[in-house]
Design a binder for this molecule. Structure first.
Ligand code: ATP
Length: 510
C-alpha cells in the first residue's frame, strides 16, 4: 500500500491533462471526475481495446447502447430496489462512514501482508534453496495467520449471507478494528444503505414518477435480449456487449477513480444453454485474464478471487483483482448469473423472454455468464502501473508513463529542432501525413530535452525530430520512450514503425 505514490499519480494525472476533479472552480464534487485532453484519449483507447476484443473479433457477440433511464419496474425485477445496498457503519468520533465489509477486508489485507513479509524473510534467509510452497504450508506464523484469515472470512460470510448486521458489528468489535481517521473504536450499528440515485420524470408534479439512474449497464442488455436475438438471428451461445455510464451513491468515496459516483462499465452478457454455464464461466475467466495480461504489466499484479458471498442472482462468481497503489482490489467481475434476470423480467413484464433451440426442439430461458469491468478502474490500473520515476545517468530524474503503446493518448510527437529555416513547415508536413492514422502532436516550444520530458510524462512512445539534415536527405531522428534511444531513419519509414509498434491489431492477434 503506498499512499504517497497514489497521491503522486493523482497529481500527475491532473497536471498532465488526464483527470480533473469535477466542477473544480466550485471546489469539486465528491467522487466525481472529468477526463481531460489526454485522459479522454487513453479512455477511448481502452474502450476500443475492449470493444475490439469482445465484439469485433467475435462473430457471435454484438453491441448495444441502451438508455440510462429505464422503466422503474426494471429495478424491481432485477432486485436493486430491495437488495442493492451496502452495510454501512459510522465512527462516532470522526463521523466518517465506512462499508462494514470493506473495514473487515482491509483488516484481512494487513494479516495477508504479515504472511508476505514472513515469506520475504524466508527468501532472504534461504536464498536459492528456498522452497516457498513448503514454507507456506509449514511455517507456524504463516499457518496461524492463514487460519485467522479463514476464520474471519467465514464469520463475515455467515453474517452477510444471513444479513445479520449485529454480527457484522460484533465482528468489527471483536477484531478491535479502529477508524483509520480517528483511531477510535466507537462504532454505530451497521445499517443497509441503498446505492441507487432516484429522480423524477414527468413535467407536472402529479404526473411525476420516480426513475433511477441505472446502477449497472447489464439490465439494458437483458431487456433488449429478445429484440437483439430476433433481429440478429444469433444462435445460442451468443453475447451482447455494452459500454456505458452507471451511477451509484457510494458513501466511501476517497479513492479517486477507484470508487466514483458516476462511472463507466464495459459489460458483456453471454447467453448459454442451461447446464453449460460452468463451462462458459471458466472460458470467460480465462479469456478476460488474458485480455488484462496482453497489456504487458507484471502478471503478479493480477489475482483471481472467488466470491465468498454470492449475489442474489449468481451460482458462481469471481473477481479479477489488481494491485492498485491502495492494495489488491476488484477490477473486473465474472459472474454466472443463472437465468435470474431474464426469468424475473418475464415475471414482471408478462412477456416471454425465451429462446427456441431448434436442435433441442424446445424453448428455454437462457442462462447468462457476465463479464463486467470498470472502465475508470482499468484507466486507474493503467496509469498507476505505468507511472515511473527514473534516475538518469546525468543525475536528473524523469517521470515517464510507460503506458502500453497501443493505449497511449499520443502515438508520436513531431518537433522541428528550431522554429526557423523551414523546419516547422517540414515537421508539419510529416505530421499531416501521419495524423489520419495516428493521434500525433506537434510541438515547437522549448528545448528538445524539455519537449521529450513533456511527452514522456504523457506516455508518448515516439518523438520525431526534424533538423537541418532532414531538408537535405529527408531523414529524421526517432526517439523511443522507454530506452530513450535515438535513431536516424528516412521519413517514409515513420508510418511503418508506428504501425508495427502501436497497433491494436498486433495485440488482438497475438
Ligand atoms: P465493489 O465491490 O468494489 O463495490 P462491485 O462488486 O459492486 O464493486 P460490480 O457491481 O460487479 O462491482 O461492477 C462491475 C465493475 O464495475 C467492477 O468490477 C468495477 O470495476 C466497476 N465499478 C463498480 N463500482 C464502481 C465505482 N463506484 N466506481 C468505479 N468503478 C466501479
Amino acid at each position: 500500500m503506498s499512499e504517497a505514490r497514489f497521491k503522486k499519480i493523482i497529481s500527475h494525472a491532473k497536471e498532465y491533462g488526464f483527470v480533473f476533479p469535477s466542477s473544480e472552480i466550485y471546489d469539486g464534487l465528491s467522487a466525481v471526475y472529468d477526463y481531460g485532453q489526454n485522459g479522454v484519449e487513453l479512455k477511448n483507447n481502452i474502450k476500443n481495446y475492449w470493444w475490439a476484443s469482445m465484439v469485433q473479433i467475435h462473430e457471435n457477440i454484438v453491441g448495444v447502447d441502451a438508455a440510462i433511464f429505464m422503466h422503474p419496474t426494471v429495478w424491481k425485477a432485477s432486485g436493486h430496489v430491495d437488495a442493492f445496498s451496502d452495510p454501512m457503519i459510522d465512527n462516532r468520533d470522526s463521523k466518517k462512514r465506512y462499508r462494514a465489509d470493506v473495514l473487515i477486508e482491509d483488516y484481512l489485507a494487513k494479516i495477508e501482508g504479515k504472511i508476505e513479509k514472513e515469506v520475504a524473510k524466508g527468501h532472504k534467509r534461504f536464498g536459492a534453496d528456498f522452497n516457498e510452497e513448503q514454507f507456506r504450508s509449514t511455517h507456524p506464523n504463516v499457518l496461524r495467520n492463514k487460519e485467522k484469515i479463514d476464520a474471519v472470512n467465514q464469520r463475515m460470510k455467515n453474517a452477510l449471507d444471513e444479513n445479520n448486521l449485529a454480527d457484522l458489528k460484533k465482528l468489527i468489535e471483536d477484531l478491535e478494528i479502529a477508524c483509520p481517521v480517528s483511531g477510535s473504536k466507537s462504532w454505530t450499528e451497521v445499517r443497509q444503505f441503498n446505492l441507487m440515485f432516484e429522480t423524477e420524470m414527468g413535467s407536472l408534479a402529479e404526473e411525476a414518477s420516480a426513475v433511477y439512474l441505472r446502477p449497472e449497464t447489464a439490465q439494458g442488455i437483458f431487456v433488449n435480449f429478445l429484440n437483439v436475438q430476433k433481429t440478429s438471428r444469433l444462435k445460442i451461445p451468443f453475447g451482447i456487449a455494452q459500454i456505458g455510464k452507471a451511477f451509484r451513491n457510494e458513501i466511501v468515496a476517497r479513492q479517486f477513480l477507484f470508487r466514483m459516483k458516476e462511472f463507466e462499465q464495459m459489460e458483456m452478457q453471454y447467453f448459454v444453454k442451461p447446464g453449460t454455464e460452468m463451462e462458459w464461466y471458466d472460458y470467460w475467466k480465462e479469456q478476460r485474464m488474458n485480455w488484462h495480461k496482453q497489456m504487458g504489466f507484471s502478471e503478479k499484479k493480477y489475482r483471481l478471487h472467488d466470491h465468498l458471498k454470492l449475489a442474489h442472482y449468481a451460482n458462481a462468481a469471481c473477481d479479477i483483482d489488481f494491485e492498485f497503489p491502495i492494495g489488491f482490489k476488484e477490477l473486473e467481475g465474472i459472474h454466472s448469473r443463472t437465468n435470474f434476470d431474464l426469468a424475473s423480467h418475464e415475471k414482471f413484464s408478462g412477456k416471454k423472454l425465451q429462446y427456441f433451440d431448434s436442435e433441442e426442439n424446445k424453448s428455454y430461458v437462457p442462462y447468462v455468464v457476465e463479464t463486467s469491468i470498470g472502465l475508470d478502474r482499468t484507466f486507474l490500473a493503467v496509469i498507476s502501473e505505468s507511472y515511473c520515476e527514473e534516475k538518469l545517468e546525468d543525475g536528473s530524474t524523469r517521470t515517464v508513463l510507460k503506458i502500453p503503446p497501443f493505449l497511449t493518448p499520443v502515438k508520436a510527437a513531431v518537433f522541428p529542432l528550431v522554429k526557423k529555416d523551414g523546419l516547422p513547415e517540414k515537421a508539419k508536413e510529416i505530421m499531416d501525413k501521419l495524423k489520419f492514422d495516428f493521434n500525433c502532436s506537434y510541438e515547437e516550444k522549448d528545448t528538445i530535452g524539455k519537449r521529450y520530458r513533456r511527452q514522456d510524462a504523457i506516455g508518448t512512445p515516439f518523438c520525431i525530430t526534424v533538423d537541418h539534415q532532414t531538408l537535405e536527405d529527408n531523414t529524421v531522428t526517432i526517439r523511443e520512450r522507454d530506452s530513450m534511444k535515438q535513431e536516424r531513419i528516412p521519413t517514409e519509414k515513420i508510418a511503418g514503425i508506428l504501425e508495427e509498434k502501436v497497433s491494436l491489431k498486433k495485440v488482438l492477434t497475438c
